[in-house]
Write a protein that binds this ligand. Structure first.
Ligand SMILES: [Zn+2]
Length: 793
């Protein structure tokens, strides 16, 4: 997240993000994972702050999971992974508890490397599946979620059409089209690397559907006016609404206005890059990938029918063009905390005549807004980073003078191909797309199976329809009630912490504003109160790319329709089946999708130590974003505001700097973690730990009955006879972050992910939290109990 404010997901990359591919659940998504990766990446650039986690895998555990999912047919089953409800059997309870024990490595010293202790068993027993770039706890949860959903989808497909709702019909149509489209074989992917693929130019793929129409329009562009009209259409229909695919030239989001959050504005942001971040173009470390990127673009263009010599020349031009855009882009770490610098309200006249005159904005906006009925000249606009737009405008001007429209149209052609390839079924484009993004960029070895891949794509395009299926079956009012209780307890504890010593360094006036902000956080739990209105979205059921195009256009239009008016609360940034969460400072709200309310985050069969250690920290983390170094610039209503006194800001910055320094010293394969890039997330983690732990202690001391306290101890002892519930709390927290990663994925994370590597999300936070050292009786001076620590609150 670059932008200042941020709604941030808990997990950064990878998890499943919504976009195509993002949902790399379990064994799926491989093909799209490339896309997914971009998704994650882009998401990072956007305004929300999230949580993010990951997944798993030993044979034993796999069996365990399979048996969990089998239970889904039975009444006592209350959620993927077993036991979202209270009526699980003893046997189910044994399984969920045993898993916690299986993930640890008791040989490790918890006071030296707690991540190795809490996750050692996981790391050893859960290798990365061939089709994944990483495998962690959240991936495991998403896999269970898929395992629960796929049979439901299958039952719908084989059921009678007349009995389906419109939402169910879309699910059937989407899967029918996806299964019919198929996917490339492993041999196709390998051949792609050897130039052995036939081109797709004559196939229906490139001629049918909206994508095909845009590709042919690009062939006949005569001047920049036409070019930017097509760009508007691409931003409306080709690129996914989640912002997970790169948007050519620049990007946009529809966000609350920083000074008038009751009005949504079109926010124009830097963008235009096909690779995950500017570092890939500017840092010598990524040179091999950049070289291969150029080959990849050349191949994609050739496969789509561009003459090979022209395609290779175009690829070099495109890399050069994107490198210039990378230079004009501000680093994420620099954009991150300065909410004021990225709030630049403007209007069409100023944009056209002063900020970026070479871009025909009216042509662009008219086609972007074609589905909304909005008047392009009257919409409210904000520019995130004016120097980027200025530079882009100069580049466009130069290219017009040199009459290089063809160069730019090939740049757009490449971006259309890139945006459609993840849904291009069994085609050469899909094979080459996976070879580059899946294998070379992320280090995946193979594709997921088709069902999983279709589920990932469906989540990205009709995720609310899948979400309805999921919540009807697995998200009971009882679970929602539990969630409300858990959130309330953490908010209350946060207030207690803030109020201590009369606000301590915050001072009284800032304390009042902070408490008001905390009080007004809007908690969106599980799924939207009203499902988005998809009544007019009818899929075709036999043409996957056509359906994907329709879905993207429909969703983008729904988002764009908000401009000039209030936020549409039905439009969440994550689907209900996403294992992740986000906080949005511009509306002071947090969203926690339904899929989080399942093991390994939550179960009625767990001791509360696990629920607070895992899900409690997820919630505390998101609340923490309201007061992180970006979020603190916004008040209780989401308005940019200096509500902290200058003295408080000074002290806040000093405390935050301690965290920046701490993380700057962590290393992954010799490369440093970026303490500034990850600061907001690290501060949110620290707040999450402090508030969730306090809430857990209050629960035990003041709210649990004697019998419930007994249960807490008994269940803890069933997991490990020598643990206390407090120790279990910390283990549960750490285990939400267990994750194996390919080396490439880990390296990419250092520059792409606003979250620190998982090992440091655990050890970094717990080493700064003296209650941890106390629970494990760590000696002062040990790695997990340093003599000096950072603290925010
Ligand atoms: Zn976060």
């Amino acid at each position: 997240m670059s932008v200042p404010s941020e709604r941030s997901p808990l997990f950064g990359r990878g998890t499943l993000d919504q976009e195509a591919g993002s949902r790399d659940v379990g064994s799926d998504g491989a093909n799209m994972s490339a896309v997914a990766r971009q998704a994650v990446t882009e998401r990072g650039r956007r305004v929300r702050r999230t949580l993010v986690l990951v997944a798993i895998g030993t044979a034993l555990l796999l069996l365990l999971f399979i048996s969990y999912s089998r239970e889904s047919g039975n009444k006592s089953y209350a959620g993927p992974g077993g036991a979202g409800g209270t009526q699980g059997t003893n046997e189910t309870q044994d399984r969920v508890l045993r898993e916690i024990r299986a993930f640890i490595n008791p040989q490790e010293d918890p006071c030296e490397d707690f991540y190795a202790y809490a996750c050692g068993g996981f790391l050893r027993s859960q290798p990365i599946p061939p089709n994944e770039a990483r495998w962690g706890t959240s991936d495991l949860m998403e896999e269970r979620c898929s395992d629960a959903l796929l049979p439901m989808v299958q039952a719908l497909r084989s059921g009678r059409a007349v009995s389906r709702t419109a939402s169910e019909q879309r699910v059937v149509d989407f899967f029918d089209a996806c299964f019919a489209a198929g996917q490339p074989s492993a041999a196709d992917i390998e051949r792609s690397g050897e130039d052995g693929l036939a081109n797709d130019a004559s196939s229906e793929l490139l001629n049918a559907s909206g994508f095909g129409r845009i590709l042919s329009q690009l062939e006949t562009i005569a001047d920049p006016t036409e070019l930017f009209a097509i760009l508007g259409e691409m931003h409306r229909s080709v690129v996914d609404p989640g912002g997970n695919l790169p948007r050519p030239f620049f990007s946009y989001e529809v966000l609350p206005d920083g000074m008038h959050p009751e009005v949504m504005v079109l926010t124009i942001e830097q963008g235009g890059l096909g690779l995950p971040t500017r570092d890939y173009y500017l840092d010598e470390y990524y040179k091999d990938i950049l070289d291969e990127y150029s080959n990849h673009i050349g191949r994609m263009l050739t496969l789509s029918g561009t003459d090979q010599a022209e395609a290779m020349q175009a690829a070099a031009n495109i890399v050069e063009w994107e490198t210039e855009l990378a230079k004009a882009s501000e680093a994420e770490a620099d954009l991150g905390d300065d909410a004021w610098a990225v709030y630049n309200p403007t209007n069409l006249t100023a944009l056209q005549h002063e900020m970026a005159p070479a871009i025909p904005w009216t042509n662009y906006l008219e086609s972007l807004l074609a589905g909304t009925g909005k008047n392009a000249s009257a919409i409210p606009l904000v520019v995130q980073w004016p120097p980027f737009l200025k530079r882009l405008s100069d580049m466009v001007a130069l290219s017009s003078i040199s009459n290089e429209t063809r160069k730019l149209s090939l740049y757009l052609r490449w971006h259309v191909l890139n945006a459609m390839a993840g849904a291009a079924g069994n085609s050469s484009l899909a094979a080459e797309h996976f070879r580059f993004f899946g294998q070379i960029v992320e280090g995946r070895r193979g594709l997921a199976n088709l069902s999983s891949q279709c589920l990932a794509l469906a989540d990205a395009h009709i995720g609310d329809d899948l979400g309805r299926l999921y919540v009807q079956r697995f998200f009971s009012p009882e679970l929602r009630g539990k969630a409300v209780e858990l959130i309330r307890s953490i908010e209350e504890e946060f207030a207690v912490i803030l109020k201590r010593d009369d606000g301590a360094w915050l001072g009284r006036s800032s304390l009042r504003a902070a408490l008001e902000k905390l009080r007004l956080v809007q908690n969106n739990i599980g799924y939207p109160d009203r499902w988005p209105d998809y009544d007019t979205l009818h899929l075709n059921g036999s043409d996957l790319l056509g359906d994907v195009f329709l879905c993207r256009q429909f969703r983008n239009d729904a988002i764009l329709k908000q401009i000039g008016g209030p936020r549409n609360p039905s439009l969440w940034d994550m689907t209900p089946i996403t294992v992740n969460a986000y906080y949005d400072p511009l509306s002071n709200s947090m969203n926690i999708p339904a899929a989080n309310f399942a093991p390994n985050f939550y179960s009625a069969l767990y001791p509360e130590a696990v629920n607070y250690g895992a899900l409690g920290n997820v919630i505390g983390h998101e609340l923490g974003h309201a007061f992180d170094s970006g979020g603190r610039h916004y008040d209780a209503h989401g308005r940019l505001s200096n509500w902290m006194s200058p003295q408080a800001v000074q002290e806040y910055d000093r405390r935050a700097k301690c965290m920046t320094n701490l993380y700057d010293h962590f290393r992954v394969n010799g490369r440093p973690v970026n303490g500034r890039l990850t600061l907001q997330e690290n501060l949110a983690d620290l707040t999450g730990m402090k508030t969730a732990y306090a809430a857990y202690n209050r629960l035990v001391k003041e709210h649990l009955t004697e019998a419930a306290r007994h249960r807490e101890w008994n269940l803890t002892r069933r997991i490990r006879p020598d643990w206390t519930p407090e120790q279990l709390y910390f283990v549960a927290f750490a285990q939400t972050w267990c994750e194996n990663e390919t080396p490439k994925y880990a390296m990419e994370g250092l520059v792409v992910d606003v979250h620190a590597p998982n090992r440091y999300r655990v050890n970094g936070i717990l080493s700064q939290f003296p209650e941890f050292a106390e629970a494990f009786r760590c000696r002062s001076g040990s790695a997990m109990h340093p003599r000096k620590v950072c603290a925010l609150w």
